[in-house]
Design a protein around this ligand. Sequence first.
Ligand SMILES: [Zn+2]
Ligand SMILES: [Zn+2]
Length: 263
Amino acid sequence: MEISNKSVREYSDWFTVDGIDEDTYCISEYRHWEETHCYLLKGNERSLLIDTGLGIRNIYEAVMKLTDQPVTAAATHIHWDHIGGHEYFPDFCAHREELCWLDGGFPLTLDTVKEMVTDRCDLPADYDVNTYRLFQGIPARVLEDKDEIDLGGRIIEVLHTPGHSPGHMCFLDKGRGYLFTGDLVYKDTLLAYYPSTDPEAYLASLEKVAALPVNKVFPGHHSLDIQPELLVRMRDAFRQLKADGKLHHGSGTFGYGDWAVWL
Ligand SMILES: [Zn+2]
Ligand SMILES: [Zn+2]
């Protein structure tokens, strides 16, 4: 099964693949309530996989149907639902601020993560959650703000965007005006209440991404129907929360129609 037409929407028993353009694909997991999206970006020499999903099914097999290039993986951040397939990609990158989460320091227990894996999920009949492991490892490359990932004729810029997590990164494909936002920006309830989140840093990151020249926004979860104006609306709402003295942990959940934030 070779997918080359951008209009193709391909279903396997687990992954849904949408062609964004002839060199860019979205690989989604709609059978879990989080509706996680990973993105495969092809250059002339190599491909970049942004996030590797839930780890319930083997994303490597899905990726190998889309490219025969060497693949570098880069998670937007080291949360379980973005590193599930990292074990298949030894050439992976991570931000300096989250290296400890790849080395025994992740703040949730394995049992808690397993509950999140099975929560509101139409699991494959043959899947045994007891086989689930939280990925740990040493990245081939440590990333920092403004680094570039060169795919050959296609440069992807790294943006350090903390707030949801300390080492969260967005990835900017300047040539095409694509911004991959991970868990910083999506249409649902943004999470900024965990101890490891930082509401003030969240605002600073939204200031950063809302100022970028972007044509399309590709989130880590939920609806793919996102226009760049959402970045501005989120930034403005966070600015208002700050002005109202509510931009801190424990102040509540605030809804804005097509998105919300839990502080
Ligand atoms: Zn996350
Ligand atoms: Zn996530």
